[in-house]
Design a protein. Structure first.
Length: 507
């Protein structure tokens, strides 16, 4: 089947969900309230629903009063029951599979997927894909390249026989999408179980030879930059001599039909933005919304606006980071930061995502937002309470105030004798010389704007800030070690800007 026709049929199958989303951008509050009451009816007979008397709840206020806000640890006993094969635990639907992921600092987590949760992902995918089609001419004239699930991770089964992981990313799509996917999408799962370099080489060779890739969707720009590193290093074995391409060619020359790249550009990913722009040339980058294994928070539907709340997917609450009040989307204030709290179709009720968003405006009456960081990622060795959010702000100011050509930067913890720790600012692959003392003075001043950090320095609990340089290869290996150690799945890999614990030295 012709690729263009396959996309036409797929988008047509998503038209109902897209129209419902677009037609209710002026009334997200009504849709949100209906979502909640649908959930209450859907989950009232589950073990969790009976425990919290969902059948008796008739208002949003009663729901917030009777059902506690939880994190994964609070649900772990229920997840264990599901993994053993128990039914009607969190939801009344059959669990189709688990996705394995983790919090930035926690152990492995198993997220149960049922038909309702998959449908909610498609409720977000529909308006996103329709917006891409309308905004970028000929973007679907060729196949797309998607990376969602980790390509090198084996599928295993729980005690109850439920699969952990999926054999194809098309499992996330609707029935029509799964049927048509082979005509629309190059899926990284076909190069499963191979070593990382071999994986990238195989992927690159296939999509370069295809020549008609129109759209690339990845999670972090670091994945795309790693792909580019492999491309340059193994150029002669990947790119045909008859292509007449230069090894220094940007992606707009290598992929002449590529109309759009979608990836994270906010939070810790913003430090890769400049480097990615130099690699890809004139190809536009779309700021991907906030999504994770647990759910979809925001989606991009406008070139001019930030991603908008995916209000038809789940029921959303937001905890203000200033007042700690928990509010609904109708009460969000532009300029404020909030932690997202999800209620989703797999039975996760009032689940803390630990993702912090900044409200930036509205599309009609629906709030727009950007991801700014993870609430859970912090370092508090001696009471300094250093957060990744603060580190992201410092590195952003550093890049704007100093003309240094670096790949990226991050903070880590160092150790000296007598149990005394210090922080390091690590500059990855600096191309130019820099004034170490000026940078240290600037960054130290910014760190000391945190009174807890300043007190720790003044009391001698922390050593002086240090600065270190790291090669790109060392950085990529360090990230890979970190992700593997934390069991963080590929789709959730947001490269940290703060590493609370010193990882193994990379040779």
């Amino acid at each position: 089947m012709n690729t263009t026709w396959a996309y036409y049929l797929w988008l047509k199958s998503l038209k109902k969900e897209n129209d419902f989303f677009v037609n209710n951008l002026n009334n997200p509050n009504k849709i949100q309230e209906q979502k909640l009451f649908d959930y209450l009816n859907q989950f009232k007979n589950s073990n969790y629903g009976v425990k919290h008397s969902l059948s008796k709840i008739t208002t949003v206020q009663e729901f917030q009063k009777e059902v506690p806000i939880v994190d994964y640890d609070d649900l772990s006993t229920y997840i264990s029951c599901i993994s053993r094969g128990d039914n009607n635990v969190l939801a009344n639907e059959k669990v189709l599979f688990f996705e394995e992921t983790s919090g930035t600092q926690s152990d492995s987590k198993l997220i149960p997927y049922n038909r309702s949760l998959l449908k909610e992902f498609n409720s977000a995918l529909a308006p996103w894909m329709h917006a891409v089609f309308k905004s970028y001419e000929n973007v679907f004239s060729g196949k797309s390249y998607w990376t969602i699930s980790p390509p090198n991770k084996a599928i295993w089964r729980t005690e109850g026989g439920i699969a952990v992981g999926i054999d194809s990313d098309s499992r996330y799509l609707s029935w029509a999408g799964r049927v048509l996917s082979k005509h629309m999408i190059f899926s990284s799962r076909k190069n499963h179980f191979v070593e990382k370099t071999a994986f990238f080489k195989a992927e690159l060779k296939e999509i370069i030879n295809y020549q008609k890739i129109g759209f690339i969707s990845s999670w972090s720009p670091s994945f795309l930059l790693m792909m580019d590193e492999i491309l340059r290093e193994y150029w002669t074995s990947i790119v045909s001599k008859t292509s007449n391409l230069s090894i220094d060619a940007t992606w707009d020359k290598i992929f002449p039909n590529l109309k759009l790249i979608s990836c994270w550009t906010h939070g810790s990913s913003q430090v890769f933005q400049n480097k990615l722009n130099t690699v890809i040339g004139d190809i536009p980058i779309q700021a991907k919304g906030l999504l994770s294994s647990e759910g979809v928070v925001s989606i991009p539907i406008s070139k001019e606006k930030d991603p908008v709340l995916s209000f038809t997917s789940h029921f959303f609450e937001f905890e203000c980071q200033l007042s700690k009040d928990v509010i609904l989307c109708k009460d969000l204030v532009v300029g404020n930061k909030y932690e997202v709290i999800l209620t989703t179709g797999n039975g996760f009720l009032r689940y803390r995502t630990k993702d912090i968003v900044l409200i930036t405006g509205k599309i009609m009456q629906t709030p727009t937002m950007i991801f700014v960081g993870r609430k859970s990622l912090n370092s508090d060795i001696v009471g300094e309470k250093l957060t990744e959010l603060h580190c992201v702000e410092i590195i952003d100011e550093l890049s704007r105030n100093f003309e240094i050509d670096i790949y990226t930067a991050y903070f880590s913890v160092g150790f000296v004798k007598k149990n005394k720790y210090f922080y390091e600012l690590v500059l990855v692959d600096p191309k130019t010389s820099f004034d170490k003392d000026k940078i240290l003075k600037f960054v130290e001043l910014k760190l000391r704007s945190n009174p807890y950090y300043e007190q720790a320095i003044l009391m001698g609990q922390l050593g002086d800030l240090k600065i270190e340089a790291l090669s790109k290869n060392q950085y990529f290996q360090m990230l890979e070690n970190y992700y593997e150690e934390k069991n963080i799945k590929a789709g959730d890999r947001k490269p940290p800007v703060l590493f609370p614990l010193k990882l193994k030295e990379v040779n």
